[in-house]
Write a protein that binds this ligand. Structure first.
Ligand code: ARG
Length: 464
C-alpha cells in the first residue's frame, strides 16, 4: 500500500486512480530540491532535539545515497508512489529501515514540502534565466559596437520613417532584455521566503526552527503565515509572467530577423548552421529558428493563463488542483532556456549586410522631417506650414523619381522660394540620423552614450 495511505484505508487504490492522481512522471524533476529540502529539515529536527543526532545522521546519509542513485539513473520510479516526495521516502525506508525513515516526516506535510521544492526550482530557474539574458545582451552589445555608423531605415507602421543606426536599433532590444532580467531579479527577491515548516496548513506543535531551514536552503527568512505558505503560488505565476514578457520581446526580435533575412530586405543572412532547407525548393534557406522563437511564445502565454485559471477559485489552503502548477512552469522555463541559447547563437553567427541597410535608406524619403525642421529652424516657418511644404517636396521627389535626400535645392525652390542650398545638407541621410541628438536619440554620440550605459549596467551585474 502506498505510504500516503494510512491505517484508515482498507483497500488498495484503484490502478486508474494511481495513474490519474500521480504526479511522479513530471515532479521527479524536483528530486534534487526534494532531497535538499529533506536534508535541511532533518538537520533542523536534529538540532532541535526532535530527532536524535544518530537518527539525523542516518537519515541524511540515506538521502545522500538516494541522490546519487537518481543521478546515476539507478533509482526505480514507481507510479504507485504517487509523487517524488513519497518515492524518496519509500526508498529511504528500504535503505535505512522504516523505523528511522518514518521519523523524517515529523513536523512536516507534503503541502509545505512540495511548496519548498517547487519554490527552490523556480528561484534557481530565475537565476539561470537572468544569466542567460545577460549573456544575450552581451552578444547584442558586441555586435552593436561595430554598427554605430550603419544606417538603416527606422520604421513606424512598417513604413520607412527616419534613418537610425543599427546599434541604436539593437539597443532598443537590449533595453527590453535588461528589464526582463530586472523583472526576474525583483521576483526572486520578493519571493525568497521559505514555506518549509508551514506543515499541513496551520503550523506544528513541534519546536521547529524555521529560520534555520530557511537559511540552510538559501532563503532570506520563513514566510510569515503558514496558511499562505502552503497556498501561495505567486512565485510560479511571476516566473510564468516574466517569461511571457521576455518571450514577447524575443518574438518581436525574431519577427525582424525573419523580415530582414527575406529577399525583400536582405539586411541579414542567417548562418547555414542556424538555417533550414526546404524539402522541395532547393533555392530556399528558411528562418526556422526565429519562426520557432516567435511560435513558442504561444505555449508560454498558455502556461501563464493555465495556472492563473487553476488558482482562481481555490479555497485555502492546499488543494490537489495545485498539482497542475508544475508542468507549465517546467515547460516555460525549459522553453525560455533553449530559446535564449539558440537566439544567442543565431544572432552571433548572422551576417549583417551594411550595404543593403544603407541602400534601403535611399528609399522612402527618410529625411523628409529634416526638411521641415530646417524650415522651422532656419526660416522661422511654423511647423505645421513647414510640414505642408515638405509634403509638396516629397510629392515632387516622387514625380522626379528620386529620394528626397537626393533632390536638388533648385527643385525645392520651385515649391517655396525660401528654400536655399543649405537645405541639401539637412536632407543628407547621415546628417539626418546625427541630428537626432536629444537624450536617448539615434545620433552617433547619443548611441555611444547608450552603449556605455548598457555596458556599465552589465559590468555592475556580476552579482546582485
Ligand atoms: N504531488 C502533490 C503536488 O504536486 C504533492 C502535495 C500533495 N499533498 C497532498 N496533501 N495531497 O501538489
Amino acid at each position: 500500500m502506498a505510504k500516503s495511505r494510512s491505517g484508515v484505508f482498507e483497500k488498495e487504490a484503484n490502478e486508474l486512480l494511481n495513474r490519474f492522481n500521480a504526479s511522479l512522471l513530471f515532479d521527479k524533476k524536483l528530486y534534487f530540491q526534494d532531497i535538499k529540502g529533506s536534508i535541511a529539515h532533518a538537520k533542523m529536527l536534529g538540532n532541535q532535539n526532535i530527532l536524535s543526532q544518530k537518527e539525523t545522521k542516518t537519515i541524511i546519509s540515506g538521502l545522500e545515497k538516494i541522490l546519487l542513485e537518481i543521478q546515476n539513473e539507478e533509482f526505480k520510479f514507481d507510479l504507485a508512489d504517487e509523487d517524488i516526495h513519497m518515492a524518496v521516502e519509500k526508498r529511504l525506508g528500504e535503505i535505512i529501515g522504516e523505523d528511522i525513515s518514518g521519523r523524517l516526516h515529523t513536523a512536516r506535510s507534503r503541502n509545505d514540502q512540495v511548496a519548498v521544492d517547487f519554490k527552490l526550482y523556480v528561484q534557481n530557474s530565475s537565476l539561470l534565466l537572468i544569466d542567460l539574458i545577460k549573456e544575450f545582451i552581451k552578444t547584442l552589445l558586441d555586435i552593436a559596437k561595430n554598427h554605430t555608423k550603419t544606417l538603416l531605415p527606422g520604421m513606424t507602421h512598417l513604413q520607412h520613417a527616419q534613418p537610425v543606426n543599427f546599434a541604436f536599433h539593437l539597443l532598443a532590444y537590449m533595453c527590453m532584455f535588461r528589464r526582463d532580467a530586472e523583472r526576474l531579479e525583483s521576483s526572486y527577491k520578493r519571493n525568497n521566503l521559505s514555506p518549509l515548516g508551514s506543515a499541513a496548513l496551520a503550523g506544528t506543535p513541534y519546536p521547529i526552527d524555521r529560520f534555520e531551514t530557511a537559511e540552510e536552503l538559501g532563503f532570506d527568512a520563513p514566510m510569515s503565515n503558514a496558511m499562505d505558505g502552503v497556498s501561495d503560488r505567486d512565485f510560479a505565476l511571476e516566473i510564468l509572467f516574466n517569461i511571457s514578457v521576455f518571450m514577447m520581446h524575443i518574438s518581436r526580435l525574431a519577427e525582424e530577423l525573419i523580415l530582414w533575412s527575406s529577399v525583400e530586405f536582405r539586411f541579414i543572412a542567417l548562418s547555414d548552421e542556424y538555417s533550414t532547407g526546404s524539402s522541395i525548393m532547393p533555392q530556399k534557406k528558411n528562418p526556422d529558428v526565429p519562426e520557432l522563437l516567435r511560435g513558442k511564445t504561444g505555449r508560454v502565454y498558455g502556461n501563464l493563463l493555465g495556472l492563473l485559471t487553476v488558482l482562481k477559485g481555490l479555497p485555502l489552503a492546499y488543494n490537489k488542483d495545485m498539482q497542475e502548477d508544475k508542468e507549465g512552469v517546467f515547460d516555460s522555463v525549459e522553453t525560455a532556456v533553449i530559446c535564449l541559447k539558440i537566439a544567442n547563437e543565431t544572432v552571433k553567427t548572422m551576417n549583417i549586410n551594411k550595404e543593403n541597410m544603407s541602400k534601403a535608406c535611399a528609399k522612402g524619403h527618410l529625411s523628409a522631417t529634416d526638411l521641415a525642421d530646417y524650415l522651422v529652424t532656419h526660416k522661422n516657418i511654423p511647423f505645421r506650414e513647414a510640414h505642408f511644404i515638405t509634403g509638396k517636396a516629397v510629392a515632387k521627389a516622387e514625380e522626379l523619381g528620386v529620394d528626397i535626400s537626393q533632390i536638388s535645392y533648385l527643385e525645392l525652390q520651385k515649391i517655396d522660394g525660401r528654400i536655399d542650398k543649405e537645405a541639401e545638407k539637412y536632407l543628407n541621410l547621415e546628417a539626418s540620423m546625427n541630428a537626432r541628438n536629444s537624450k536617448g536619440g539615434t545620433a552617433e554620440n547619443r548611441t555611444a552614450e547608450q552603449l556605455l550605459e548598457m555596458e556599465n549596467w552589465l559590468k555592475s551585474q556580476s552579482k546582485f
